[in-house]
Design a protein around this ligand. Structure first.
Ligand code: UD1
Ligand code: UDP
Length: 388
């Protein structure tokens, strides 16, 4: 008797998505009951923000490449929606899996939801409570239309409950990005990037910056760069520059040769540098989590974070975005370094917990569809009774 296969469409589009889809795609290959289709929206398209991760993360070639490219939020979101809808009508999947908080996440979730295809959101429930951040809008919309909400930390569950999401649809599974980190640590130790840069362990810091609020206006960017230059006088810094930041940096008049500017790095090389650094200064969401998992001190160049567990339990501190507050944070971590603890379920086995939730969802759906009086249940109703 042939087994029924459930067709899942995975959507990724931007750099931080690849680390989140890779472990789950790999995990599901071991199950006979799932068929995965991988869609790359093309939100990120430069090799250093996209193609270079495929080898590092052992990702399969995408089944669909939508090639949407850059644009305003409305243009990019609309283009993803227009190009994703025909994929769904052709493939007729049993569910769509979206990850994180980028425009591709939100656009794909809305399209699937309107076609009444169940949506699974990986990294649901995170909230910065700052709606000037485009990702916050994406998180709220994606969660509102998702049927299964997979959360990385308890704050995610609490935020969703407060927004009225039924507890049965929320699953604390842990952090898929940390699965990727575990799988790549050996490769990171083999990387020759330290030798290429002439760097010794713990003798340098690492910087990443790409949030629009920090880099789009030179006044704000210069404030942060002034702090970075001052810190570099005591600790040399490596700074792989995101393309959004690249153009703005050219106008900065005081760059120091103790801040080494690099192109964006591949995942394994970046992980090698991060795990050997004395401190990381960043506005990245994923890097706040990875430093907590690696127990490397992290200074977050923002006024808030949607990942409070990295502060409550991890090595992260919020530094704000003024030169004086960043320097105060720098002195604080030298006087009182946080060793932190690794949050529950950030243990490298999140993919298997996600797979178990998916299996339960489909088992329940097929039971419901075979029970005459309940066969009219919608996807979200099935998700809501997952815990039964
Ligand atoms: C996007 C996500 C952000 C995520 C970040 C990860 C949204 C709203 N933002 O921000 O949440 O943290 O990715 O890196 O989804 N560009 C290139 N090459 C590329 C892609 C972009 O040069 O391959 C340049 C273009 O000038 C583009 C700009 O970067 O206009 C911004 O790209 P975009 O995808 O709109 O946003 P990110 O800042 O990358
Ligand atoms: N990263 C990378 N190379 C770099 C900078 C970051 O591989 O030069 C990785 C990092 O380890 C993490 C992910 O990219 O896994 C985070 O992506 P990003 O900071 O672009 O997005 P965010 O997490 O802020 O949405």
């Amino acid at each position: 008797m042939s087994m029924i296969k459930h067709k899942l469409i995975f959507v990724a589009g931007a750099r931080p998505n690849f680390m989140k889809v890779a472990p789950l795609l790999e995990e599901l290959r071991h199950y006979g009951s799932f068929e995965s289709v991988f869609v790359h929206t093309g939100q990120h398209y430069d090799s250093k923000l996209s193609a270079c991760f495929f080898q590092d993360l052992n990702l399969p070639e995408p089944d669909y490449f939508l090639g949407v490219g850059s644009g305003s939020h409305a243009q990019q979101t609309a283009e993803i929606m227009k190009r994703f809808e025909p994929v769904l009508t052709a493939e007729r999947p049993d569910c769509v899996i979206v990850v994180g908080d980028v425009n591709s996440t939100m656009a794909a979730a809305v399209v699937a939801s309107k076609l009444q295809i169940p949506v699974v959101h990986v990294e649901a429930g995170l909230r910065s409570f700052d709606r000037s951040m485009p990702e916050e809008i994406n998180r709220i919309i994606t969660d509102a239309v998702s049927d299964i909400l997979l959360v990385t930390e308890e704050s995610g569950r609490q935020n969703l409950l407060r927004e009225g999401v039924s507890a049965d649809r929320i699953h604390l599974v842990g952090n898929l990005m940390i699965d990727s980190l575990h799988r790549s640590l050996d490769a990171a130790q083999q990387s020759n990037i330290m030798r290429r840069l002439g760097a010794a362990p713990r003798s340098f810091g690492l910087v990443t910056l790409h949030r629009p609020a920090n880099v789009d206006h030179s006044e704000q960017l210069n404030e942060i760069l002034d702090a970075i230059i001052e810190i570099s006088q005591s600790l040399p810094l490596f700074f792989p520059v995101h393309p959004r930041t690249q153009a703005q940096l050219a106008g900065y008049p005081r760059m120091s040769d103790r801040v080494v500017l690099l192109d964006p790095l591949g995942y394994v090389d970046f992980l090698c540098l991060m795990s050997n650094s004395a401190v990381v200064l960043t506005d990245s969401g994923g890097v706040q989590e990875e430093t907590t998992a690696l127990r490397i001190p992290c200074i977050t160049l923002r006024n808030n974070t949607e990942r409070p567990i990295t502060i409550e339990q991890g090595t992260n501190i919020l530094a704000g975005t003024h030169k004086s507050t960043i320097l105060a944070a720098w002195h604080e971590i030298q006087e009182h370094p946080k060793s932190g603890r690794i949050p529950d379920f950030w243990d490298g086995t999140t993919a298997s917990r996600c797979a178990a939730v998916l299996q339960k969802f489909f088992t329940l759906r097929s039971t419901l569809s075979q029970t005459p009086e309940r066969s009219g249940k919608s996807a979200s109703e099935s998700a809501a009774v997952l815990a039964i």
